[in-house]
Design a protein around this ligand. Structure first.
Ligand code: IPM
Ligand code: MN
Length: 359
């Protein structure tokens, strides 16, 4: 019996988690596993009511679950940063979800803005480090509000953080790389950095990357890209990539670029993973407040996030079947991936996936 915490969150988040739960229930029946969900109302509405974001007691409660499914965090009446820091980043940090796993995969029938690229070319994964870098909050102001004001925000990495992230990335490339999946002659891990300017932090990453690769994963091919060039290749030659690994800030930026190449935020899913603890899965698109309550938002990213959750829990067959059903639906059913233009309502899309999967 899996215990799943569901945090529907703000805006269209709840409409999407409902569909993910619907598909999960269908998968549980077909693949013979059991789960129970408990809902938590952390988000903008609760914050407005009580002033609370994610309290320490909430973190302690979440720790008792096997996994967490998150809808979306972000409320138009709440100043930017409060909910993001107070809920999303707090959950990631407190539960030490040090990997942010973000597949960039174009499904059949989905339109991409990249010319002449299809599902065969857009098929890679970004392993984003999820606890360090500019996200630690180290920094501050002096002389704030004066013409002499100084603002400092520090990017930090420890060898420990870098090594554990690289280890996950190498292992991931070994298990799920393009050779392992039978589509290329190598499993390849590419480090994305900026060793020409960030000569401390990415020097550490680069040294650690080659040391670990040489010693423990000699069969995995190693590539290196500067982050600016990487953005260029993500548009021009995405087929070069297999598994990419990078720090938190670059990972944040390049995965939005990746998401748009895979058909937009309606489809992009991610996992905040603690391999030894509680992981949290989310559609990476945000709360899209203007579509709230209309039943027009695309729930596929939330459904795919839930499938990633099942994979992490060890329900591989169910996770695969859901992904295949999603591919069937994008290829044969939806007119567009965009909110309001799918040709189906949010809940009908959930039904289509659930039906296909149980066939
Ligand atoms: C993401 C988001 C978050 C991040 C924000 C909302 C704090 O952009 O999950 O990519 O920067 O990590
Ligand atoms: Mn982001």
């Amino acid at each position: 019996m899996y215990k799943i915490a569901v945090m529907p969150g703000d805006g269209t988040g709840p409409e999407c988690t409902v569909e993910a739960e619907k598909v999960m229930a269908a998968a549980a029946q077909k693949f013979n596993f059991k789960f129970e969900t408990i809902e938590f109302d952390f988000g903008g509405e609760r914050y407005k009511r009580t002033g609370e974001t994610l309290p320490d007691s909430g973190v302690e409660e979440l720790r008792q679950f096997d996994a967490i499914l998150l809808g979306a965090i972000g409320h138009p009446d709440v100043a930017p940063g409060i909910l993001e820091k107070g809920i999303l980043l707090k959950a990631r940090f407190e539960m030490d979800q040090y990997i942010n796993l973000r597949p960039v995969r174009l499904y059949p029938g989905v339109e991409t803005p990249l010319k002449d690229k299809g599902p065969a070319e857009i098929d890679y994964v970004v392993v984003r480090e999820n606890t360090g870098d500019l996200y630690t909050g180290a920094g501050g102001f002096t002389l704030k509000g004066t013409p002499q004001e100084v603002a400092i925000q520090t990017s930090m990495y420890t060898r420990f953080q870098v090594d554990r992230c690289l280890k996950y990335a190498f292992e991931y490339a070994q298990k799920h790389g393009k050779k392992a999946r039978g589509i290329d002659k190598d499993n390849t891990l590419g480090l994305v950095g900026k060793t020409n300017v960030l000569t401390f932090v990415y020097d550490l990453w680069e040294r650690a990357f080659h040391e670990m690769g040489e010693k423990d994963y000699p069969d995995i091919r190693r590539d290196y890209y500067h982050v600016d060039a990487c953005c260029m290749w993500m548009v021009k030659n995405p087929e070069w990539f297999d598994v990419l690994v990078t720090g938190n800030m670059f990972g944040d930026i390049i995965t939005d670029l990746g998401a748009i190449t895979q058909g937009g935020m309606g489809l992009a899913a991610g996992g905040n993973i603690n391999p030894d603890g509680v992981s949290m899965f989310e559609p990476i698109g945000g709360s899209a407040p203007k579509y709230t309550g209309q039943g027009v938002i695309n729930p596929l990213a939330a459904i795919c996030a839930m499938a990633m959750m099942l994979e992490t829990l060890g329900e591989l067959e169910a996770a695969n079947a859901i992904e295949e059903a999603v591919k069937y639906v994008t290829a044969n059913k939806l007119k567009s991936m965009s909110a309001g233009q799918m040709g189906y309502s949010t809940s009908e899309v959930g039904d289509l996936v659930a039906q296909k999967m149980t066939e």
